[in-house]
Design a protein around this ligand. Structure first.
Ligand SMILES: [Zn+2]
Ligand SMILES: [Zn+2]
Length: 153
């Protein structure tokens, strides 16, 4: 989240909720705040573990449903093709992902050339594109280092 401060994001959150007639409850606010704080595209389970420290009675189901509601109204994004559990992304600015197939980390990166990739004509004619993202998969720096020391672990 390089280009927006968390105050901007909170304003975006409140504005979007208002536009979409979603009440800004303390729980929803807490879920969104935790999400923008975390840098690792958390799953609903990981979000639940964080938010329940503040709201002891909140259920996993509520957190999970709230995340899906957020994605439906365009507040956050669901990370593409990562299988289960789904992972969530609060950064709605153009950016790209590196998926580590070993530890499951999803790293954001920015790249002007990728941002400017042309949508192919045959896709443009048939589909309405609302988001463009390049996904790279492989082994992250930590996992690559680890495998140098054999598989003794
Ligand atoms: Zn890794
Ligand atoms: Zn991301």
């Amino acid at each position: 989240m390089q280009s927006k401060t968390s105050n901007d994001l909170l304003k975006f959150f409140i504005d979007t909720c208002k536009q979409q007639n979603l009440k800004v409850t303390p729980q929803r606010m807490a879920i969104y705040k935790e999400l923008i704080k975390s840098k690792n595209h958390p799953s609903a389970e990981a979000m639940f573990q964080k938010v329940r420290r503040q709201f002891h009675n909140i259920s996993f189901d509520t957190v999970n449903r709230t995340l899906f509601t957020f994605s439906e109204i365009g507040l956050i994004d669901i990370v593409e093709g990562h299988g289960r559990p789904r992972r969530f992304d609060p950064d709605m600015n153009m950016h790209h992902h590196f998926h580590c197939i070993k530890c499951g980390n999803i790293t954001d990166f920015r790249n002007d050339a990728y941002d400017n990739l042309e949508i192919p004509e045959n896709i443009k004619q048939k589909f309405m594109v609302i988001r463009k993202r390049v996904v790279l998969k492989g082994s992250c720096d930590k996992c690559s280092k680890r495998s140098e020391f054999s598989n003794a672990s």
